[in-house]
Structure formats: structure tokens, C-alpha cells
Design a protein around this ligand. Structure first.
Ligand SMILES: Cc1cc2nc3c(=O)[nH]c(=O)nc-3n(C[C@H](O)[C@H](O)[C@H](O)COP(=O)(O)OP(=O)(O)OC[C@H]3O[C@@H](n4cnc5c(N)ncnc54)[C@H](O)[C@@H]3O)c2cc1C
Length: 474
């Protein structure tokens, strides 16, 4: 006999925890729950459980609007959404304590702290005699399923991608059928406005609102546009920040408005249905695999956000903003888009205005920070975390470590992007720079000298001598 056996089953509901999967289509936890009985959805803003990184400012803006959108989509399905802020375990204990919860479902998360928390939740729910079920919804494959022959996670992208392509990717699942909302008194919901996720003084979010509509319907619409046009030209245009040449689906994937399975399936269908555009569709699909790769890397190397994956870089003399006035000045110039290098300044302005930056420009801005300005990659990573609407712990830290040279499958440290040559090649008419950084600033560093200083530091590190990085001088 379980704790809940005396409660009429008609009064009990399936509780679905929503986290980074704010959608109704291809949501395995939601679908399984709805097949078992009436569903109640719960989103917890958890800023208390140990080890969970608080959301950045742009992400908080996105979340506010995404929850409004999710509530509307769930309402159409007859599913109430309850919002709560606090420690996830305590809140779930409160829900299960009322005796109305028949089962708790969620899609799995892969960060170390999130996994630890979900294990605590599962243990608690099961100890209360309630069914607890986790589902696979966020990645194309579970990180423990796609392994090298040695049984370890992949550290290099190309073999990972080859392995991924040769396995079957499951088909996306439909949204649940509409149902009658549960007929019982539910625990109260917080008012979203009370969470104060939106910036107020000042409200800097106008550019974000102009650029984006958070939520599942807008993500599906964008996917349609991508399939109709962008994917077909992706191979030729993806490196051009002056063109609308990439999918801009990263926030949709970050927040789970789309599952990677939906995107993968559509791109695969496009690639096989048409000769024209197949190359682009496959090139774009390959990028989607990068997202999975970053998450597999993070799962197998939980220190990815905090430590260099190549420990030799622990001896590198990275500078921090409070090390010297010069390092503080460099940090400010970079964050504000006043480095004097048009492509970098345009990228930083695009980021500030819209919460997003083109991938090529992310690489160039990151390279300038880490190599020419000599600052620690975490200085840039934290700024991106605060300002990107697609800020994603695995993708952000893996890519920063890739640029810094300290990552598993990293670009070699001595590959220093020259922002002027990159601008000539990828923004040939100067339209991107003119749009975001029309006023040129004085260069903060001499590109040639700072590049040489970076390479010297690298060689010192390799030879075990005391290095000197370009950002440390006063
Ligand atoms: C320093 C740095 C930091 C980054 N931080 C993030 C981040 O916080 N969140 C994030 O989603 N991406 C991050 N990226 C990866 C990449 O820049 C963005 O995913 C891409 O620019 C998003 O634009 P898009 O959707 O048009 O991409 P597309 O080119 O259209 O690619 C389609 C999808 O593939 C995935 N993808 C593409 N490139 C990468 C990549 N290099 N690594 C992982 N996934 C990729 C994204 O989900 C993207 O939406 C970072 C890259 C760099 C160099």
C-alpha cells in the first residue's frame, strides 16, 4: 500500500517538470504523462540548489517571454502551468505531499549539478511511493550511448559526427492530444511578473524584442523559413555575418522550443528530397551535431565550465580585469565594442543590441580577447553568458575553450584570427560593420605585436618558463 492509494485516481495527476524544454511537440515527458492521465506542468526557477549557474540577464528576458508562450500552448491542450521559484526539491516535496501526484515526469538534463539534483528528486519521489520517470528529449543521443571503441566519450568532433550519422536518430513525436484540465485544487502559482526577469532601470531589452519572439510557435515558423531558403544556401553563406545566412535557431534549441530531433529530421528530409540545397542542408545538420558534441563533452568532462581541458594551460599567464589597469581597460573596450577593430566592435554591438552574434564573429571576438588582449577565456565566457539569448553552458564553454586552445578538440593556440583580414573576407562590402559599428575607435593594441606576445607566452608555457601575457602589463 502506497502513501497515495487512498486517493481516488481520478483526482490524481501526472506532474511534468519543464526546464530547458519549453515546447509541446516532441516532448517525451509531456507525451508519456498525457497518455497516463491528466497533466499539470511545473516550471521552477531554481536559483538555490547547489552548483546551478544562475541565468544571465539576456536569458532571463528570454525566459519571461518563453513562459508566457508556453502557458498559452499548454492551455490549448488543457494543461495548467504552475510557476514556482525556489529550491526544486523542496517545491516538489510540497507537491507530492498533497497526495494528488500520480507520477512525476521530466526530460533529462546533463550538467553535473542538474543531474545530482534530478537524482535527489527521483529518490524523493520514489520514496514517497510515486512513480518517477525521466525521458530523453534534449540530445540526439544520450551521452553514455555514443562512445568510442574504447568506451569513452568522444573528444574530437569529426569521429563523433561520423558515429552520430551512422546511428538511427529517432523520429520526433507529436504534441499530446488536448485533454480536460484536472478537476481539483492545485498548488498556487507565482505571478511571473514577481520574478522580475525583465530589465527595468534601465530597460535595455528593446533591441532583443525587435530581434526575437521567444517561444515554440515562432521557433517553428523560423524553422520553416530555414527549410524554405536559408538551409539551401547555408554551405555558401554561413560564414557571412552581413547576410541572413545561418539558421538563428540557437535560442530555439537552447530553450528547447525545438528539439534537435525535429531539426535533424527536417534537414535530413530536405537533403534527400532535393539535389539543389542538399549540400547546405547537410552542412547545417552538421552544425546541429556540434551542439550534441558540446553536451557530450560536458557530460564526460564536468569540469568543462571551470577548468582547462588541457591542463598544460593551467600554467598560462592569462590576465584578469582586476590584475592591472591595462587588463581592466582591455576588458571594458572589448565588452563595449570599442577595440578599434571593426568586425570585433560590430560583433560586440550586435551582441549587446540583439543578444546574439554570428558564429564567425564569435570566433573572431573571442580570439581577440584571449590572444591579442591576453585575457582569460572565462572573462569572455562570462560576458557571453550574461548577454547571449542562446547562452548554453556546454556550447559556450566548449567553444571558448576551443578558441583559447585549452579545449579537447581545440584550434591550435597559434591560430590567431586577424580581425582585419577576417573582415575583408567575410564582410567584403563592410555592410555588417557599417550596420553595428559605424564609428571607428582607435585600436587598443597593435595586432602584430600582441600576436607575437601571445605566441611568446604560449612558447614559454610549452617550455615551462615564466610566461608573460600581453594583458598583464600595467
Ligand atoms: C566563443 C563562442 C561561444 C559560443 N557560445 C554559444 C552558446 O552559448 N550557445 C550556443 O548555442 N552556441 C554558442 N556558440 C556556437 C555558435 O556560435 C552558435 O551556436 C551559432 O552562432 C548560433 O547561430 P545559428 O543558430 O544561426 O547557427 P547555425 O550555423 O545555423 O547552426 C545551427 C545550430 O547548430 C548549433 N551550433 C552551430 N555551431 C555550433 C558550435 N560551434 N557549437 C555548438 N553548437 C553549434 C546551434 O544549436 C545552432 O543553432 C558559441 C561559439 C563561440 C565561438
Amino acid at each position: 500500500m502506497t502513501a497515495n492509494s487512498s486517493i481516488d485516481t481520478a483526482q490524481r495527476y501526472q506532474l511534468v517538470l519543464f526546464r530547458d524544454d519549453l515546447r509541446t511537440v516532441d516532448h517525451p515527458a509531456l507525451l508519456a504523462a498525457s497518455e497516463a492521465g491528466p497533466v499539470v506542468a511545473l516550471y521552477i526557477l531554481d536559483e538555490q540548489s547547489p552548483g546551478i549557474r544562475p541565468l544571465g540577464s539576456a536569458a532571463r528576458w528570454w525566459l519571461h517571454h518563453a513562459l508566457i508562450s508556453l502557458r498559452a500552448s499548454l492551455q490549448e491542450l488543457g494543461i495548467p502551468l504552475i510557476l514556482r521559484r525556489g529550491n526544486s526539491l523542496h517545491i516538489i516535496e510540497e507537491f507530492t505531499g498533497h497526495g494528488n501526484v500520480a507520477a512525476v515526469h521530466w526530460n533529462r538534463r546533463y550538467g553535473q549539478a542538474e543531474r545530482a539534483l534530478d537524482t535527489l528528486i527521483k529518490d524523493h519521489v520514489r520514496a514517497a511511493g510515486i512513480h518517477a520517470q525521466s525521458h530523453a528529449g534534449a540530445l540526439l543521443h544520450e551521452p553514455w550511448e555514443l562512445l568510442t571503441q574504447a568506451g569513452t566519450g568522444y573528444k574530437v568532433f569529426t569521429p563523433f559526427h561520423n558515429a552520430l550519422r551512422s546511428t538511427e536518430i529517432r523520429q520526433p513525436r507529436p504534441a499530446p492530444q488536448p485533454q480536460s484540465p484536472p478537476q481539483l485544487e492545485l498548488p498556487g502559482s507565482d505571478a511571473l511578473a514577481k520574478w522580475e526577469l525583465l530589465p527595468s532601470s534601465p530597460d535595455w531589452s528593446g533591441g532583443l524584442a525587435d530581434a526575437w519572439t521567444p517561444g515554440e510557435p515562432a521557433a517553428q515558423e523560423r524553422l520553416e523559413q530555414v527549410l524554405d531558403d536559408i538551409a539551401q544556401h547555408y554551405a555558401d553563406r554561413h560564414d557571412r555575418p552581413d547576410l541572413d545566412g545561418t539558421s538563428a535557431l540557437s535560442p530555439a534549441l537552447r530553450w528547447g522550443h525545438l528539439s534537435p530531433h525535429q531539426v535533424w529530421k527536417e534537414l535530413s528530409a530536405l537533403a534527400s528530397s532535393t539535389g539543389h540545397g542538399a549540400e547546405g542542408a547537410l552542412a547545417l545538420r552538421r552544425q546541429v551535431a556540434w551542439r550534441d558534441f558540446c553536451w557530450h563533452l560536458y557530460y564526460h568532462h564536468p569540469q568543462l565550465p571551470t577548468e582547462n581541458l588541457r591542463s598544460e594551460f593551467d600554467d598560462f599567464d592569462w590576465a584578469w580585469p582586476d590584475d592591472s589597469p591595462r587588463a581592466a581597460h582591455y576588458t571594458r573596450c572589448w565588452q563595449r565594442g570599442r577595440t578599434g577593430f571593426g568586425l570585433v566592435d560590430a560583433g560586440m554591438a550586435q551582441l549587446w543590441q540583439t543578444g546574439w552574434m554570428h558564429n564567425r564573429v564569435r570566433m573572431v571576438t573571442a580570439s581577440l580577447l584571449v590572444k591579442n588582449l591576453g585575457l582569460h577565456w572565462k572573462v569572455g565566457e562570462q560576458w557571453f553568458w550574461d548577454t547571449l539569448v542562446d547562452a548554453d553552458l556546454a556550447c559556450n564553454t566548449a567553444n571558448w575553450q576551443w578558441v583559447a586552445g585549452s579545449g579537447a578538440d581545440a584550434a591550435p593556440y597559434f591560430r590567431v584570427f586577424n580581425p582585419q583580414l577576417q573582415a575583408k573576407k567575410f564582410d567584403p562590402s563592410g555592410a555588417y560593420v557599417a550596420r553595428y559599428a559605424p564609428l571607428a575607435a582607435e585600436p587598443v593594441v597593435d595586432l602584430k605585436e600582441s600576436r607575437q606576445a601571445a605566441l611568446d607566452s604560449y612558447h614559454h608555457m610549452k617550455s615551462g618558463q615564466r610566461p608573460h601575457s600581453p594583458g598583464t602589463g600595467s
